[in-house]
Design a protein around this ligand. Structure first.
Ligand code: KIV
Length: 300
């Protein structure tokens, strides 16, 4: 009897993929978790090569990649294309697809349908959705259906208008308690991790202590279990105003302008392409080509 390699069972992570339960282990070991956003195959590949644990295909793509002034216009179809590109590039990190505004608010069924699309069509490992309250039922339904869900509390950009703009949240005792309770409720509903965005460091630290699942902070201080930054902010590619919690690690916009500017100059000054950038052909073929052109000219 021949033995054939057995195909992994459906739902088995790809070889080399960080196992989801490992995130809770990282929290237990107090080992910080690094998450970064990515929106295409090269950024997915680079984030993987740089050692990120989690990649978020954030609906921030609406602003960073698609040129909108908020995250609200991001559509399912756009997010599916971007997520599929990232999963082609990234191997080890868990890839989390951000559910865009309108894709999960209406009903558990619609949330389920759209989350399944992220897993089946875009090969995401998990989804993220913003909010608690009525969204707890979505989390419950998705997790019950075998879909890992990351929560997102604090400044939830999809409801920025209701929150009074892109502002820190939970800055009064009453609002901080609400955040704390929402975080506990998201954990109870089954979230495997929770993003805390733009909340006071002290509040984020207390929430982190109270949860057994990891918190991933962005503008939430050093007391969370992990940190996330948006690709374009981290690399200096976003030319809008960045919030105060952004740390820019490179100035790629300047580098890109310099490089593209040099190309434009070279083209105008006929310095590009050089001999080494061009293809030659055998002398005899060139002579035949010239002859053939004369024939073509005569026939016209
Ligand atoms: O869309 C996004 O990039 C996010 C992060 C800021 C957490 O939600």
């Amino acid at each position: 009897m021949t033995t054939r390699p057995r195909k992994p069972a459906a739902g088995t992570p790809a070889p080399g993929k960080l196992a989801l339960p490992e995130l809770a282990q990282l929290k237990l070991r107090r080992q910080p978790i690094a998450m970064v956003t990515a929106y295409d195959a090269p950024s997915g590949r680079l984030a993987d090569a740089a050692g990120a644990d989690l990649i978020l295909v954030g609906d921030s793509a609406a602003m960073t990649v698609l040129g909108h002034d908020s995250t609200v216009p991001a559509t399912m179809e756009e997010m599916l294309v971007l997520t599929r590109a990232v999963t082609r590039g990234a191997r080890r990190p868990l890839v989390v697809a951000d559910m865009p505004f309108g894709s999960f608010q209406v009903s558990d069924e619609e949330a389920m349908h759209n989350a399944i699309r992220f897993l089946k069509e875009a090969r995401a490992d998990a989804v993220k959705l913003e909010g608690a309250g009525p969204m707890l039922s979505r989390v419950h339904a998705l997790v019950g259906g075998g879909i890992p869900v990351m929560g997102h509390l604090g400044l939830t950009p999809q409801s920025a208008t209701m929150l009074g703009g892109f502002k820190a949240q939970g800055r009064t005792a009453q609002k901080a308690v609400r955040l704390y309770e929402d975080a506990l409720a998201l954990e109870a509903a089954g979230c495997f991790a929770i993003v805390l965005e733009a909340v006071p460091a002290a509040v984020a630290a207390r929430i982190t202590e109270a949860l057994s699942v990891p918190t991933i902070g962005i503008g939430a201080g050093a007391g969370t279990d992990g940190q996330v930054l948006v690709w374009h902010d981290l690399l200096g590619l976003y030319e809008g105003n960045s919030p105060r919690f952004v740390k820019q690690y490179a100035d790629l916009a300047t580098e890109i302008k310099k490089a593209v500017g040099a190309f434009v100059e070279d083209v105008r000054e006929r310095r590009f392409p050089e001999e080494r950038h061009t293809y030659a052909m055998p002398e005899e073929e060139l002579a035949l080509f010239e002859e053939a052109l004369e024939d073509v000219a005569e026939r016209r």
